[in-house]
Write a protein that binds this ligand. Structure first.
Ligand code: HAM
Length: 421
C-alpha cells in the first residue's frame, strides 16, 4: 500500500511532466488569443453546490463523487468538474459587475469515482473554459472554435465535432413526455439503470452505451424536432456561424451529456483513434445554472477538455515534442581544491541564465563526462587543481571536442559569444 498510489490515480513523472507543460502552454496561448483569463478555484467545495449544480439524478452525483465530512461536520466534495465551482466563484466575487461576458479558463485536477481504464481515471485533469453572461449563439461558436483551435494547434486533426440542442425548460418537458411515450412499452427490456432513468431523467436513456438500450432507442423521437422557437433559432444561427468559421460538425440528436445543467447547445469533440474513451472535449450551454446557484438569471456556456486523453492522443499519433532538458553547461571539478571554484562558476553561470549543473555524487572524470553527454550539455567546464592555481578553466565544446583554457573572468563573456554568436 505504501508504495502504490490509489487506484485510478497517476503520478506525472519528470519524464512526462514536460509534455504536460507543453499542452498547458498551448492552452494558455489559445485562451490569451481569445481573451479568456485564468481562474483558480479550490479543489473541494460544499457538497450542496454539486448536488444543485450537476443534478441529483446524474451518474456523477449518484455514483462518482468523493464526498466526506470534514472535522467540523460539513459535507465536502472533491470537485468532479469545475463549471459549478466557477459559477459559485462568479457569484461570490460578483464577477458579473465587470464587463460581461466573464471569459474564464482553468486547468486542474478533477475527481470521479469512475471505473478506471485507459483514458478514464479517478483523478484526472481538465482544461476548461466558461463564458458567463452572453446569450447569443456567437459565443457558442467562439468557444467551439477555441476548443478546435487548441486541439489543432497540437497537431490533432482527426476530430469530429458532435452537436445537438437539448432545449430549455420551456420545450424539454414536452419532449420528455413524447420520449416516455415512445419508451413505455420497451421499458422492461431496458437495462436496470435506464429503467430507473425512465421517470427521473429519460433523456439519459438515449446516451446509454448498453447494446440492448441502443437498439431499443433506435428511431426515438428527437429533441431537435420539439425545440421551441427560441431554441430552434439559436441552434440554426449557431450552425450558420460554425459553417462561416469553417468548422465541420456532425449533428447527433442522441447527444445528451451527463450533467443536468445543459440547455440549448450541447457538444462533444471525439478523437476516434482513442477507442472507447474518445471524447476529448465536452461542453454546452447552461442558462439555468447561475439562477440555480442563487444568482440572477444569467446565461453561460463552456467546455472541458480531458488532458490525459489529449496526451494519449498525442502519444498515439507521435505528436509529443522533444522536451528533453538540454543543458548549456556541465561543470566538472577534478580534485578537492577545484570543488569550491567549480561551485562558484556553477552559481555564476546560473545567475547569468545558463542551464547548468554539476555532479553531486563524487563521480570519476569519465562518469562526469558521461553525465554531461546524457544531459546533452553543449559545453563542459573542467576545473582541475592546476586551473585553480591559475584562476582558469578548460572550456570544452561537447559537439566538436574542441577545448581551450580560459580565465574565470573571461569565461562568461566567451560562452556568451560562443552560444549567442
Ligand atoms: P464532462 O463531459 O463530464 O464535462 O468532461 C469533459 C471531459 O473531461 C471529457 O470529455 C473527458 O475528456 C474528460 N473526462 C471526464 N471524465 C474523465 C475521467 N474519469 N478520466 C479522464 N478524463 C475524463 C464536464 O466536466 C463539464 N464541466 C464541461 C463543461 C464546462 N460544460 C460547460 N462548461
Amino acid at each position: 500500500m505504501l508504495t502504490t498510489g490509489p487506484r485510478g490515480t497517476k503520478d506525472i513523472l519528470p519524464d512526462t511532466s514536460g509534455f504536460w507543460q507543453y499542452v498547458e502552454k498551448k492552452a494558455r496561448e489559445v485562451c490569451n488569443l481569445f481573451g479568456y483569463r485564468e481562474i483558480r478555484t479550490p479543489i473541494f467545495e460544499h457538497t450542496e453546490l454539486f448536488l444543485r449544480g450537476i443534478g441529483e439524478t446524474t451518474d456523477i452525483v449518484e455514483k462518482e463523487m468523493y464526498t466526506f465530512s470534514d472535522r467540523g461536520g460539513r459535507s465536502i466534495t472533491l470537485r468532479p468538474e469545475n463549471t459549478a465551482a466557477v459559477v459559485r466563484a462568479f457569484l461570490e466575487h460578483k464577477l458579473y459587475a465587470d464587463t460581461p461576458p466573464a471569459k474564464l479558463f482553468y486547468i486542474g485536477p478533477m475527481f470521479r469515482y469512475d471505473r478506471p481504464q485507459a483514458g478514464r481515471y479517478r483523478q484526472f485533469h481538465q482544461f476548461g473554459i466558461e463564458a458567463i453572461g452572453a446569450k447569443g449563439p456567437a459565443i457558442d461558436a467562439e468557444i467551439i472554435i477555441l476548443a478546435t483551435q487548441f486541439l489543432r494547434s497540437l497537431g490533432l486533426n482527426e476530430l469530429v465535432l458532435q452537436l445537438n440542442s437539448v432545449g430549455c425548460p420551456e420545450c424539454r418537458p414536452k419532449y420528455r413526455s413524447v420520449l416516455q411515450e415512445f419508451l413505455r412499452d420497451k421499458l422492461s427490456n431496458l437495462c436496470k439503470d435506464c429503467q430507473s432513468r425512465f421517470d427521473r431523467n429519460p433523456m439519459r436513456i438515449l446516451d446509454c452505451k448498453q447494446a440492448e438500450c441502443t437498439s431499443l432507442t433506435q428511431g426515438a423521437p428527437q429533441m431537435v424536432d420539439c425545440l421551441c422557437d427560441e431554441c430552434n433559432q439559436h441552434f440554426t444561427q449557431l450552425k450558420t456561424l460554425l459553417t462561416a468559421g469553417n468548422i465541420e460538425f456532425k449533428l447527433n440528436p442522441r447527444l445528451v451529456r451527463g450533467l443536468d445543467y445543459y440547455t440549448k447547445t450541447a457538444f462533444e469533440i471525439q478523437y476516434a483513434p482513442l477507442g472507447s474513451q474518445s471524447a476529448v472535449c465536452g461542453g454546452g450551454r447552461y442558462d439555468g445554472l447561475i439562477a440555480e446557484c442563487g444568482g440572477q438569471p444569467t446565461p453561460g456556456i463552456g467546455f472541458a477538455i480531458g488532458m490525459e486523453r489529449v496526451l494519449l492522443a498525442l502519444e498515439k499519433q507521435n505528436l509529443l515534442p522533444d522536451v528533453m532538458n538540454q543543458y548549456d553547461v556541465f561543470v566538472i571539478p577534478l580534485g578537492e581544491k577545484a570543488q569550491a571554484a567549480a561551485f562558484k562558476v556553477l552559481c555564476d553561470l546560473r545567475k547569468s541564465g545558463y542551464i547548468a549543473d554539476m555532479d553531486f555524487m563524487d563521480r570519476s572524470l569519465k562518469a562526469q563526462m558521461k553525465l554531461a553527454n546524457k544531459f546533452s550539455a553543449q559545453y563542459a567546464v573542467i576545473i582541475g587543481d592546476d586551473e585553480v592555481a591559475t584562476n582558469s578553466a578548460v572550456l570544452k565544446n561537447m559537439q566538436t571536442g574542441e577545448q581551450q583554457q580560459i580565465n574565470f573572468d573571461e569565461l562568461l563573456k566567451k560562452l556568451d559569444t560562443e552560444v549567442n554568436g
